[in-house]
Design a binder for this molecule. Structure first.
Ligand code: MN
Length: 226
């Protein structure tokens, strides 16, 4: 790969991590300013509440996630081992918190500009799935009110069926990063390997590396970079 090719991939935000080349463009999360004034959501959300939520709570997720990325980068450079289970659990909590707040601020509008009902393809999609906007609101409100613990209610779209789904995201992670597109996956439920490997999951994981379709994984990444 030439330097020209690397810099063109840098422009596309691709993280390069190949033998002879330095790691480039490893971004960290940033706490963006709100797309409106702190008092713009009053009287529904007060300025004091919003400042605290954005400047303290959201900021803590950004700082927490970045601290873990820095720890990961250091360990990779030094070639030292890290506790993957603990690190990934913590990272999904911090990154999940950041990503969901980032989405949340953007899907709120200043009180003076907010309209009561959606328009366009969203209106059609909600009507197709739920029957009516009112029915969607009722289901979403009920999902939000009954989410266990500290969590989120989310409207999402399934890429396989195109259907809209309401999700209750408990504790905003359980080790899944919202919005992240999966490039490769390995099923480690016992049903995936027990007949062949019994309780020896690490042997199954080792075997997996012999049968990965890297062409497909590469194509998934290419599709995201378009
Ligand atoms: Mn929050």
């Amino acid at each position: 790969m030439t330097w020209e090719e690397i810099s063109s991939q840098q422009l596309q935000g691709l993280i390069i991590q190949r033998g002879d080349f330095p790691m480039v463009n490893k971004k960290l999360y940033t706490l963006e300013d709100l797309p409106y004034a702190f008092n713009a959501l009053e009287p529904y959300i007060s300025e004091t509440q919003l400042r605290l939520h954005h400047d303290k709570h959201h900021a803590a997720y950004v700082n927490g996630a970045n601290a873990i990325f820095e720890r990961l980068d250091k360990a990779r450079q030094a070639g030292t081992d890290i506790d993957m289970k603990a690190t990934l659990k913590e990272l999904s909590f911090q990154a999940g918190g950041h990503i969901l707040h980032w989405l949340f601020w953007q899907n709120l509008a200043p009180t003076t500009k907010a309209v009561k009902e959606p328009d366009g393809v969203l209106a059609d999609a909600l009507k197709n799935e739920f029957g009516s906007f009112e029915r969607f609101k009722k289901e979403f409100s009920s999902a939000a009110a009954s989410t266990e613990g500290s969590g989120w209610a989310a409207l999402a779209r399934c890429g396989l069926t195109g259907r809209l789904l309401i999700m209750q995201i408990e504790k905003h992670n359980v080790n899944v990063y919202p919005q992240l597109r999966i490039l490769m996956v390995l099923d480690v439920w016992e049903h995936a390997y027990y007949l062949d490997y019994k309780n020896e999951r690490p042997r199954f994981v080792e075997a997996f590396w012999n049968i990965v379709n890297w062409d497909v994984v590469n194509k998934r990444l290419e599709a995201l970079l378009k």
